[in-house]
Design a protein around this ligand. Structure first.
Ligand code: FE2
Length: 240
């Protein structure tokens, strides 16, 4: 794994061959796509399909008989408990994959011969807090009488969305700064998502759940600062 970007033979830009670039531009005018239509066609197709499509899954019904038996069961289910359960399911999926992504980043950091123990320590600290958040959300879902093992629609989408970040982190060729940059994407969303979740829990009539989530939000604020600092430190060091 390389530490930083290096100069090398890269043929992807047009400046590599001005002569071929001219021929390419000429070809664009001479050879037309063999598929009729333009980008309007795909837009129309997407609109038609969106109109006909079903939803992405459904939310399990909260307040199950099993959930009702729990002494911690929160009777105030609010106006749309399914929305809160859906967003809690999303947070649970996100925090769970967050733990795995930090594990991937720690492995990457350890691969560097002169392993920076400070870097690994920070990553481990954030990883452990994401794990804490995961358990906190699972508990909140149970409090609402719902099933934390069910994949909600937003949880499904969270998994799809994080695929790119996971690919960057598990690619053995990506370096520390590239990995941390991928984690920054994660932390920026994590931060905004906790903020929204607290608001939703409060608006939905669950002040106790919201109160517990404030601790997670404070930790997420700290994650964001730590990841931004790590990225800045790694890159600025290289340009100086
Ligand atoms: Fe985080």
């Amino acid at each position: 794994m390389a530490d930083s970007a290096k100069l090398g033979t890269n043929f992807t830009g047009v400046q590599m061959s001005p002569k071929d670039t001219k021929r390419l531009l000429d070809a664009v005018n001479e050879i037309h796509p063999d598929v009729p239509g333009d980008s309007k066609g795909i837009m129309l197709e997407r609109t038609t399909r969106a109109e006909d499509a079903d939803r992405i899954g459904s939310v399990p019904v909260p307040g199950s008989a099993k959930g009702m038996l729990k002494s911690t069961f929160d009777m105030a289910l609010g106006k749309s408990p399914e929305l809160l359960v859906d967003k809690l399911g999303e947070r649970l999926a996100f925090e769970r994959s967050g733990v795995r992504m930090y594990d991937a980043m720690i492995a990457k950091a350890k691969a560097i011969s002169m392993a920076d123990s400070d870097l690994i320590g920070v990553l481990q600290h954030i990883r452990d807090e994401e794990f804490e958040h995961m358990n906190m959300v699972a508990e909140a879902i149970e409090t609402l009488g719902a099933d934390p093992t069910a994949q909600t629609p937003c949880a499904d989408i969270a998994g799809v969305k994080s695929m790119g970040v996971m690919q960057v982190l598990t690619d053995p060729r990506t370096n520390i700064a590239q990995g941390i940059n991928a984690l920054l994407t994660l932390e920026l969303e994590d931060n905004a998502a906790w903020e929204l979740l607290i608001e939703l829990a409060e608006a939905g009539g669950h002040p106790r759940i919201a109160k517990g989530f404030h601790k997670a939000k404070e930790q997420e604020d700290d994650h964001l600062i730590k990841i931004k600092t790590l990225l800045r430190r790694d890159l600025v060091r290289q340009v100086q």
